[in-house]
Design a protein around this ligand. Structure first.
Ligand SMILES: [Zn+2]
Length: 293
């Protein structure tokens, strides 16, 4: 994708990236964002790839640890390589929210483009130690490392007050400067999964963090954030957005309905042929929100 035509404004970006690191640095500088989707198997992977191809965008696919464990990192690497052959833009493979240094190492050994070491639930000291271990291991392979600081609400993360989940600017600086990590996920009020009320993004904190460190920042909990907030965040330094919940809930809901309709005749490829367009629709909808420039 070397041109982007939106609202009759034609912007030409340099898209000739030698590496994912280079892409992220350029995206932070030009206030753009790599759409990143959690996938679970070859079917939702196909849906994400086809939707991205039709929208002419680079994309990142991410495996959450249970997905990486069940499929193995080697098999997922091969799956993505298979899809890359027919895709005109780049597809990057990422390990999402690993709390295990060993799993990060396994993904790096399997040829992942990027890994996240999530030390947000442990002390800053321990977080720095874990992150540094992964950064050192990833260095020779040129793999991008994402760290997290502050908390993303939802799942098993319980927070008592704003101060409890918002990333502390000095701590963000310390983590970034002592580890040399490539990209940083910061807690600014977003949540994983569907939330009963709209998540309130603390843009003031995002602003302070973006001024404190030059690293591309990562926005988690992309499913429930209104488009205007996504776009504002991108203009403020969010260079990667994670979108997961809307993919797997759409997948499961429609698979369940189709299996129920087919009863004993349910046959995976026939079911999936009907489910794939539904997943593609939600992926395209999110791609439109992220690639607004
Ligand atoms: Zn996340």
């Amino acid at each position: 994708m070397d041109t982007a035509i939106k609202n009759n404004v034609k912007t030409i970006y340099n898209e000739d990236y030698k590496s994912l690191k280079e892409l992220f640095i350029d995206y932070r500088a030009t206030q753009r964002c790599l759409p990143s989707f959690n996938v679970n198997d070859n079917y939702d992977l196909r849906a994400v790839v086809e939707a991205s191809d039709e929208m002419d965008t680079h994309v990142m696919v991410m495996t959450y640890p249970p997905v990486a464990e069940l499929n193995t990192t080697e098999v997922f690497r091969s799956l993505v390589d298979g899809f890359k052959k027919g895709f005109k833009n780049d597809i990057y493979l990422h390990l999402d929210h690993s709390t295990s240094v060993d799993l990060c190492k396994r993904a790096i050994d399997s040829g992942y483009d990027s890994v996240m070491i999530d030390g947000s639930q442990v002390s800053l000291k321990e977080n720095i130690k874990m992150t540094k271990q992964v950064v050192d291991y990833a260095a020779s392979a040129g793999v991008v490392v994402e760290a997290e600081i502050g908390k993303i609400m939802g799942r098993d993360v319980v927070v008592k007050s704003d101060n409890d989940f918002l990333a502390d600017v000095d701590e963000v600086k310390q983590l970034f400067e002592t580890t040399g990590v490539d990209i940083v996920a910061v807690g600014i009020g977003t949540a994983h999964g569907f939330t009963p009320t709209e998540p309130k993004i603390h843009f003031d904190r995002l602003q302070e963090i973006a001024e404190a460190i030059p690293a591309p920042l990562v926005l988690h909990g992309g499913t429930g954030i209104p488009d205007v907030d996504i776009q504002k965040s991108i203009n403020m330094g969010m260079s990667k957005i994670n979108i997961g919940t809307i993919v797997h809930t759409t997948y499961m809901k429609h698979a369940f309905e189709e299996i129920k309709k087919a009863g004993n005749d349910a046959y995976p490829p026939f079911i999936m042929k009907k489910v794939l367009p539904k997943i593609k629709d939600v992926v395209k909808d999110r791609l439109k929100a992220v690639n607004f420039k």
